[in-house]
Design a protein around this ligand. Structure first.
Ligand code: TYD
Length: 211
């Protein structure tokens, strides 16, 4: 477990990237070294893998194969980007990480939670997040927010059955409740300002040294 590695999770449209950008700016302003990164991607090679994994032609990929691909991209991301940043004392904020694989591939697509966890243990070793912030949001709200987003994201969301997104939300909640020490669940239906203030305060409570 890495205390300074903080992951952000939630359904598409839950506002992860905007929140991470705001938290990064706040932490930098407080004088901390901070890396804002994301998955799939986060390194030159892992971004190439992202293009393959998220390619429409990959629709129908076997869930276990998919879990290996995400884990391969994650391994590269860890080795090239996350590990060196942590070694240099940086706080690392990552927009999606291991919990995305546990939920999407392990719990919902059917590769199995324990199997996907084992693959990821191999991929990242002890670079498990110290904190995972779960942006909990009803899929109806996520969908209405996505109307304002680029076509690419909208298309992917629309193509999946609505039920799939309900399953993802439920799986995130189940996972979070099973690990209450690591997870912080926040209500992502709040305004961006209120969400930022809430998460900032939750982080300050967990890490007093951030003040
Ligand atoms: P992205 O465009 O980054 O979505 P978002 O803006 O919601 O973060 O696409 C990431 C997609 O990949 C998203 O549908 C979740 C999925 N995913 C997995 O299924 N497993 C994983 O391990 C990761 C990192 C992402």
């Amino acid at each position: 477990m890495q205390k300074k590695l903080i992951a952000f999770e939630g359904v598409e449209g839950s506002g992860k990237s905007e929140l991470v950008a705001r938290l990064t700016a706040w932490l930098k302003n407080c004088g901390h070294n901070v890396l804002n990164t994301r998955e799939p991607g986060g390194s030159v090679l892992a971004e190439r893998l992202r293009q393959v994994i998220l390619d429409d032609a990959m629709h129908g990929l076997d869930p276990l194969a998919e879990a290996f691909m995400y884990a391969a991209a994650r391994r590269q991301h860890v080795v090239e980007t996350i590990q060196p940043a942590l070694a240099n004392g940086f706080w690392v904020l990552v927009d999606r990480y291991i919990d995305s694989s546990l939920v999407y591939q392990g719990m919902v697509r059917g590769a199995g939670l324990e199997t996907v966890e084992a693959i990821n243990r191999l991929a990242v070793g002890d670079l498990w997040p110290g904190t995972t912030i779960l942006l909990d949001l009803a899929p109806e709200l996520a969908l209405s927010r996505l109307k304002a987003l680029p076509e690419r994201v909208k298309n992917r969301f629309d193509r999946e059955a609505f039920h799939f997104h309900e399953q993802i939300r439920a799986a995130y909640r189940t996972l979070a409740l099973s690990e209450p020490k690591r997870f912080v669940i926040v209500d992502a239906s709040l305004s961006p300002d209120a969400l930022f203030a809430l998460v900032r305060d939750r982080l300050l409570a967990r890490y007093p040294e951030l003040a």
